[in-house]
Design a binder for this molecule. Structure first.
Ligand SMILES: Nc1ncnc2c1ncn2[C@@H]1O[C@H](COP(=O)(O)OP(=O)(O)O)[C@@H](O)[C@H]1O
Ligand SMILES: Nc1ccn([C@H]2C[C@H](O)[C@@H](COP(=O)(O)OP(=O)(O)O)O2)c(=O)n1
Length: 226
């Protein structure tokens, strides 16, 4: 009897923008009958909130305070995406390009990270079975996870996927700003391009969506056997 099907399991998935973390992690969570935590949505929600208040995203102390004060609620149901700030539904708004272009200001704020990591660890501890994805889940948020996976894909594949996902509304320069330039900024505080010790890499460049889900599920099985 495979141990991935029953009992407590924490699956940690990291990777760059457009590698398929959110969509693949959600599908993996459904298959494992687990909760799903999109940690990037938390960074995005804080960015939305700071912009909505008209505060300066470059004011590190103000951003750190905004995170501590944030009344942030996030659904962990893989079939019911919902992100709320002070009761306001921001699920769709946090995906807008203006958020993608500004979110690194929150992601590179170390005090903001510490508070969000703390909240993420609380959510993971509160769920018996959970798949959590982001940039530092395998290394900082849940280094003791049962399975730790780095999901990668070539730059070309990631730009193409994000372009399709945004319905062709963004030109090449805009996509590069939202994917490659953002990753470059985020990489200054977290390493999500190389697998840490004990982290398995799944490269989805030449895999379609279903094949990527299967490859991640195989990696989870393999990790649980060790
Ligand atoms: N292996 C794959 N092949 C093709 N498209 C994919 C694959 N994995 C994910 N996608 C698609 O690429 C887009 C970006 O995926 P997403 O899960 O949002 O990535 P991330 O969370 O890493 O930024 C989505 O539209 C998703 O459906
Ligand atoms: N654990 C995490 C998750 C996301 N972030 C940051 C880095 C990203 O620029 C933003 C948004 O993350 P998100 O996963 O939504 O980004 P993409 O799906 O790759 O576009 O948050 C982080 O620093 N640490």
């Amino acid at each position: 009897m495979s141990s991935v099907e029953n009992g407590r399991i924490v699956v940690a998935i990291d990777g760059p923008s457009g590698s398929g973390k959110s969509s693949v992690s959600k599908a993996v969570a459904r298959t494992l009958n687990a909760a799903y935590l999109d940690t990037g949505a938390m960074y995005r929600a804080i960015t939305f909130s700071v912009l909505a208040e008209g505060a300066d995203l470059n004011d590190a102390a103000a951003v750190a305070q905004a995170v501590r004060d944030a009344q942030l609620q996030i659904s962990v149901d893989p079939d019911a995406e919902l992100v709320q700030i002070a009761g306001q539904d921001v699920t769709q708004a946090i995906r807008e390009p203006r958020i993608s272009e500004n979110v690194s200001a929150v992601a590179t704020n170390l005090e903001a990270r510490a508070e969000l990591v703390r909240r993420q660890q609380e959510i993971i501890a509160a769920n018996e079975r959970i798949v959590a994805e982001g940039r530092d889940i395998t290394t900082v948020v849940a280094p003791d996870a049962d399975a730790r996976i780095l999901l990668t894909a070539s730059e070309e594949a990631r730009l193409r996927r994000r372009g399709l996902q945004l319905g062709g509304t963004q030109n090449d320069a805009q996509l590069e700003a939202q994917v490659l330039a953002r990753d470059a900024k985020d990489s200054t505080v977290v390493n999500f391009t190389e697998a840490a010790d004990g982290v398995m890499t799944v490269d989805s460049s030449d895999l379609d969506f279903e094949q990527t889900i299967a490859a991640v599920l195989d990696a989870v099985q393999a990790a649980k056997k060790n």
